[in-house]
Design a protein around this ligand. Structure first.
Ligand code: 5RP
Length: 225
């Protein structure tokens, strides 16, 4: 698949997600919105149905800006008790709907919103589906003073961490992009990485994966549950 085709698939899946929201989000409900190029296309696709959406919880400052631009009011996660639907992209997704996320660096806020949401709708083009997670380097958000110590702990687990240069998360932290990990048990690895002191979040979304996958393929958008 070339880049133009991938962008086209991202666009069709974003439009399918807007239809999904139009059909499934109850009038007056709040929507969770992810981060990244697919999520940006999803926000564009929300324009025609924005009156149906009372407000949205944004997973990053970029997403918040885009939602504001199209006139969807922002809602703080602390001001709501529940969130029926969260729509977001992924860097990789496997058959159990476990994902690697955080290519855009928004993993912590994304994981918090996913935890609150009743239904996580993953929007992805076909290139994101993998048999085993881990070809895409796993992002880990770390407290800046702990960066070297977390990197050593990751090396001890068999990974090769690289500091994402010139990047600071919306929470003021660093990102280590970790390659070389064997992710045959994503739930166990997610938990093991959570134990490293100084990590904020890791980009494995396995303990709470997606519930619905809208997958953009060259033959159209598939809905997988
Ligand atoms: C951002 C994310 C994104 O969902 C992920 O990186 C996919 O991005 P894109 O839609 O641009 O391929 O997790 O932190």
């Amino acid at each position: 698949m070339n880049q133009d085709q991938q962008t086209q698939l991202k666009k069709s899946v974003a439009e399918a997600a807007a239809r999904y929201v139009a059909q499934n989000l109850k009038a007056g409900a709040i929507l969770g919105v992810g981060t990244g190029s697919t999520a940006n296309l999803f926000i564009d696709a929300l324009r025609p149905i924005k009156e149906k959406i009372r407000g949205a919880v944004a997973s990053s400052e970029n997403t918040a800006r885009k939602l504001t631009e199209i006139g969807i009011p922002l809602v703080a996660l602390n001001d709501i008790d529940s969130l029926p639907i969260y729509v977001d992209g992924a860097d990789e997704i496997d058959a159990s709907f476990a994902m690697i996320k955080g290519g855009g660096g928004a993993l912590t806020r994304e994981k918090i919103i996913a935890d609150v949401a009743d239904c996580f709708v993953c929007i992805a083009d076909a290139s994101k589906v993998v048999a085993v997670l881990g070809n895409f380097p796993l992002p880990i958000e770390v407290i800046p003073m702990a960066t070297a110590q977390v990197a050593r702990a990751v090396v001890a687990l068999g990974g090769t961490p690289v500091l994402r240069k010139g990047f600071v998360t919306d929470n003021g932290n660093h990102i280590l992009d970790v390659s070389g990990l064997s992710i045959t048990d994503p739930v166990a690895l997610e938990s093991a990485l959570n134990q490293i002191v100084g990590t904020v979040t890791n980009g494995l979304f396995a303990r709470r994966g997606a519930d619905v996958l809208l997958l953009g393929t060259l033959n159209g958008v598939e809905t997988r549950t």
